[in-house]
Structures are given as C-alpha cells and as structure tokens.
Design a protein around this ligand. Structure first.
Ligand SMILES: [Zn+2]
Length: 524
C-alpha cells in the first residue's frame, strides 16, 4: 500500500529540465515512483490535473532563529503556506549556539529582544535537540555563526582575536560542524565581526573547506564600499577554496548604482577562475535593515552598550550626527518596521518622525536608537528593479526569503510590520518570472529547489527522483499571486494548493493542516 499518490500533475523535478505530465508515488516519507501508475492502492490520492508538482522549496537564507520565531511559532505557518519545506538558519554571523559564554547569544538582539527568553542549551547539539523538541512545521538546517563564536569568546571587546582565542574558535567550530552544522555564516557588517583579522577569517574558512561545508557571508558593505567588500570575500575564497554563498546580494543607494556592472563582473570573473561562489537574493527592492548599520562603523564599535553611551554624550552624539549628515544619504523615506520599545513609531517614516520632533531625519535616527536601545529594524526601498531582475535571473543566483516564519493569524497580536518576504517570497518570485517572462517556470523552480539543495549540500532533498525525501509543493501557476504588502504583510499567497513534508500533508487544498512534520537536518 502506497502512502500517497499524486496523479496527472506536471512534474517539474527541480533540475531545470522541462516538466513532464505524469504521476508520483510516496511511501515511508520517500518518493518511490515517478511515471504513469496504472493499478495501485494508496492511502491518499491527490488529483493534480492542471497543477504543477515540484520539490518543496528550500530557503537557504532564513532568520527564524534570530527573530526567535522558531521558538515562539515553531509551526512556521508563513513558510509552509508559501511552499517552503526546509529553512536554513544561523545566518549573518548569528547562530543560537554554541554559547561559550552567555554574551554569545546577544548577537541576535539587534533583531529581537532577549528579555524573557529561556535558553537552556550551550553546545550546538543541545540547541538542535531543543529545536527538535518543538512541534516543528518545517525542516530546519543551521549554520554556526562567526559573530556568535567571537562574541562568546571576547564579549564586547574591540580587537582581533589572540592566537589562543583563534584556536578556541577553531575548536568550537569543529565541534559544531561535527554536531551537524551545515557550514558557517559571517556578518562582516556588524559590530562584533567588524574587527576580525584576515587570518581569523582564513582559519575559519579553511576548516569549512576541509569538511566541504558552506560559508555564507553578509558583506561588510552593500553600498558605497561594496567593491572592496566583495574583493575581501573573494580573496578569502581564493586563498582557502571554500564554497561561498553571498547572502541577500544587492547594491543599496541610488548614488552607488553605477557600481553594478563592475560588481557583477568581478563576481563572474571569480567564478570563471574556478572559485565556488554563488549568491542568494530576495525578490523585493526594499530591504529590512537593522537601523544602527546606517551609522558610521566607529559609532557602534563595541556593541549596543557602547553605542547607547556615545549617543548619550553630547560630544560623540554630535560627531555621529555630523558623519550622518556628511554621508548625504536621503533617509527621509526609511520607515520603522519592527521595534518592541516604541510601537507608536511603527509604520512611520523618518521624515514624519523628524517633523514631529522638529529635527532633521538624521537626528531623528539618533533619538530613535536611544529611546529603543537600538532594537529597531526599518524598511528602506533603495535598490534598483533592473538590478533585481538581473540578480534573480543570474546563473549564480538562488532565491531565498531572508525572512522568518510567522503564524498565519499574527496580525491580531502585534503592531510590528514584518517584511512581506516572510509570507510571500516564493510566490513573488515565481509570479515575477511568469509576468515579466524573465525565466521559464522550470528555471525558476530550480532556483528555489535543486540549486539551494546542491549549494547547501542537502543530498536527499531539492529534486524529484526515486529515494528522495517526499517534500513536495503542488501549485496552480496561473493563479499564483503574492498578497503580502508592506502595509499588510501578514497574508499568504494564492495558488499554493498542497504542501507535503516527509510524505505528510502540511497544507491541503490551500489550507494549513496544523501538522508538525518538520525535522532538524544534521550535516554528516
Ligand atoms: Zn545579513
């Protein structure tokens, strides 16, 4: 007896090859047959006539851990409802383990307040066990965060690591990789990694190369200094031959847009030289950015407490203000999205807030950071649509949400605005591919299935073939549409009809079943 049969759908297998009209059978959580089934017995049969059947989407850049929603809402409705069956967390330098000291966990507080959270793990394996104990809606793979390790070793101290500390970092990294981390992430733009020495980064990347694990990097700059930032990581890839993915690749700020052709050309040259480089991109021109990163680096050197101290002292505050004014970025349309401390500011632009306060938008930033203790995330529409299309269609790209999973009905419980990518990334991307005719359906599906699986090293997911895990999405391409907006992000897309995780129905006929079929995935 088969567990599940999907009849008469167009099977798009995740490799990029053309779809084929046929059937698919599942038993014990695995795909057991692909092809026309004549006589069979199955517990569940889905008629997929007129629909597409493809591998479950793999979100290779996800923040459900650092936004803490993996614990608050482990079912991750907004991921399932957009067809995502596996998320990869521990991104941008911040993972939730290992915790060589309790300081290490503070790497996530730029995204989410840590007050009241319960942390009963220390090692990477202990974290995975805690995640596993919950009613997990999706599969979870985690990287180990470089910032988490570094901060766990030296706290807020501003300096390069000593050779003994580098050895400790290597030991903790190796332990985490042995416990199933799929690689490491770096967040070079953030306060606690900014002072990493080249040799520190080199030693971490070498460990990854030895075990053939992925390095996922958030570049030191995504604006005026992006070429230097790219060169930095390409040198690292060249020196260590590590497999490297650049996270949420984009070029921010209209002043910097002329750098785009050179940026892509340097990346392509590196690939042509044989470096294993790739990047992920989310399909929106608006970013969801931590507010403090708009300040000059020295202003937040040493972390949050140092920043707050500087903002409170007239001399330093004035220096920061002057630097912001001199940078001549137009910040007036930047909008407050997420903050626990000042909910009345949510949804308002810096221009509005500045007018209320009778100050400039630059000064308003300082006031907001001070009053919220720097836990503020903003929306900033600052990348070009033309560049976005070039990145989405680029042979080196994959599509990822860079968002977090939320419950379907959360809008009643929060004033916070999340980025619509948390609800609609995949539908936004696939409908863009369809409407603008920038990719075939098969090419587009490859960028959310087979390609991220290969880059992450997931051998048993991301493709439809015999013996692969039965993580599947069945959707209506004609009616597929992203409904999540910046004003009302808490809306799941139209057109995703069924989502199957490990052979079980997580979404049936467009409705969440409430089942918790996700597992923690460990690299071996
Ligand atoms: Zn990042």
């Amino acid at each position: 007896m088969l567990d599940l049969v999907i009849k008469n759908g167009t099977i798009v297998d995740g490799t990029g090859s053309q779809g084929v009209l046929t059937d698919l059978a599942v038993k014990n959580g695995e795909i057991v047959e692909l092809g026309k089934l004549r006589s069979y017995e199955a517990r569940v049969t889905i008629n997929a006539q007129g629909l597409y059947v493809c591998p479950g989407f793999i979100d290779i850049q996800n923040h459900s851990d650092s936004y803490w929603t993996l614990f608050d809402y482990p079912k991750q409705d907004s991921m399932i409802a957009q067809g995502i069956t596996t998320i990869t967390v521990g991104q941008c330098g911040a993972s939730l383990a290992p915790l060589p000291s309790i300081d290490a966990i503070k790497s996530v507080q730029k995204w989410h307040s840590l007050s009241g959270v319960n942390i009963n793990w220390q090692h990477f394996e202990e974290l995975l066990v805690q995640i596993e104990r919950q009613e997990l809606g999706v599969n979870v793979a985690s990287l180990v965060g470089h910032s988490t390790l570094r901060r766990g070793l030296i706290g807020d101290t501003v300096r390069a690591l000593t050779s003994q500390e580098v050895k400790m970092l290597e030991k903790l990294t190796t332990q985490s990789l042995r416990s199933g981390a799929w690689g490491m992430s770096m967040g070079l733009a953030y306060a606690h990694e900014y002072n990493s020495s080249i040799s520190e980064l080199d030693s971490a990347a070498t460990l990854l190369k030895e075990r053939d694990r992925l390095l996922s990097v958030h570049l030191r700059s995504e604006g005026a200094h992006i070429l230097d930032a790219l060169d930095e990581v390409l040198h690292l890839a060249e020196a260590t031959r590590v497999r490297m993915k650049i996270s949420h690749f984009k070029l921010q700020g209209a002043n910097n847009w002329p750098l785009f052709p050179e940026l892509l050309s340097r990346l392509e040259q590196a690939y042509q030289k044989g470096l294993a480089v790739s990047f992920d991109v989310y399909p929106y021109t608006t970013s969801w950015t931590v507010l403090y990163t708009y300040l000059p680096k020295w202003a937040y050197e040493g972390g949050r407490e140092q920043l707050i101290k500087r903002l409170s002292e007239p001399y330093h505050r004035n220096r920061i203000l002057q630097a912001l004014l001199e940078s001549r970025k137009d910040l007036s349309s930047v909008k407050i999205a997420t903050t626990t401390e000042a909910p009345h500011l949510i949804g308002r632009t810096l221009l509005d807030i500045a007018a209320d306060q009778g100050v400039s938008p630059e000064e308003a930033i300082l006031n907001i950071l001070l009053s919220t203790e720097s836990e503020v995330v903003v929306f900033d529409n600052n990348t070009s649509e033309e560049h976005l299309h070039a990145l989405l269609t680029h042979p080196l790209s994959m599509i990822a949400s860079n968002g977090a999973g939320f419950p379907a009905n959360i809008s009643q419980h929060t004033r916070n605005l999340v980025h619509p990518r948390c609800f609609g990334s995949t539908a936004q991307f696939l409908s863009l591919a369809r409407n603008k005719k920038i990719l075939t359906l098969e090419q587009a599906i490859h960028k959310v299935t087979g390609r991220p699986a290969e880059i992450l090293g997931l051998a048993d997911r991301g493709l439809l073939k015999s013996r692969m895990k039965a993580d599947l999405v069945i959707f209506d391409y004609e009616s597929l549409r992203d409904l999540a907006t910046f004003e009302n992000p808490y809306q799941s897309p139209l057109g995703i009809r069924w989502v199957i995780i490990g052979g079980k129905l997580a979404l049936a006929e467009g409705e969440l079943t409430g089942g918790a079929f996700g597992r923690v995935l460990r690299a071996e």
